[in-house]
Write a protein that binds this ligand. Structure first.
Ligand code: ADP
Ligand code: MG
Length: 254
């Protein structure tokens, strides 16, 4: 068994009176793909956002590769890290959003080069070489000089994935990466994610693509109402769910 890369431990998160995460535990091993399923409003995006400390937790903790995220421990107290230390941690955590979030005023190449140069102080030439290699990997070597608006949604999302990879993250988080795409463009993005899975990238993918989950996930997690209802290999959770809530959800999406 490989080491635990992402460890989410007893995480609670509220927005005012609304408790959105009500004690979430999740462990993702290095090189594994975890797919999170669940109805709208069940807390999936909030969970991803707590993992890279875009949201603070109210209780519990999260570690990546053994390092506490957003806090440091002193004795048995947790102290929140300074913003610059949080930003440094975040460079190890790739995040791919539903709506791509590319920098519209930068070329594709510069979208990939920006963070390695500014956050990791990589020499520009080296960052460009890496960027071109990554664009090749997602099938967009010929689009280096294009601007995001000149690309299809599927191409933009592949650039966003390459951009996340440019920081050599320890884990990649995807929040419904194909939900904003026209149906005919979904496949090209899922193919890139499948390729990453084959080469051992640690990933957590929130998606409604059940076929993708079945094919690629090592673990499928079903969330509802701020808790993990059940988790296990795809064959168990998708084909023989133990909980009525999982069955009800799957009967709607399958
Ligand atoms: P999912 O991604 O599973 O659809 P979310 O994590 O986006 O669910 O949202 C879970 C709940 O938390 C929803 O009721 C949503 O309205 C609420 N929520 C999310 N973010 C905020 C926020 N910043 N402020 C207040 N409520 C929020
Ligand atoms: Mg969401």
């Amino acid at each position: 068994m490989s080491e635990v890369m992402v460890d989410v431990h007893g995480v609670h998160k509220s927005f005012g009176p609304l408790e959105v995460l009500r004690g979430v535990d999740l462990r993702v091993r290095a090189g594994e793909v975890t797919v999170i399923l669940g109805p709208s409003g069940s807390g999936k995006s909030t969970l991803l956002r707590t993992i890279n400390h875009l949201e603070k937790v109210n209780r519990g903790w999260i570690s990546i590769d053994g390092e506490l995220i957003g806090y440091r421990r002193s004795g048995n107290r947790l102290h929140e890290l300074k913003e610059k230390d949080v930003l440094k941690q975040r460079t190890h955590i790739g995040f791919v959003f539903q709506n791509f979030n590319l920098f519209p005023h930068l070329t594709v190449l510069d979208n990939l080069v920006e963070a390695p140069v500014s956050a990791l102080r990589r020499p520009r030439k080296e960052a460009e070489e890496t960027a071109r290699r990554l664009l090749e990997r997602v099938g967009l070597a010929d689009k280096a000089g294009a601007y995001p608006r000149q690309l299809s949604g599927g191409q933009q999302q592949r650039v966003a994935i390459a951009r996340a990879l440019a920081l050599e993250p320890k884990v990649l988080l995807f929040d419904e990466p194909t939900s904003a795409l026209d149906p005919e463009l979904v496949g090209e993005v899922l193919d890139v994610i499948k390729d990453l899975a084959r080469t051992g990238t640690t990933m957590i993918v929130v998606t409604h693509e059940i076929g993708f989950a079945r094919e690629v996930a090592d673990t499928v997690v079903f969330m509802d109402d701020g808790v993990v209802v059940e988790q296990g290999p795809p064959a168990a959770v998708l084909d023989a769910p133990r909980h009525e809530r999982t069955r009800a959800f799957l009967s709607k999406v399958l």
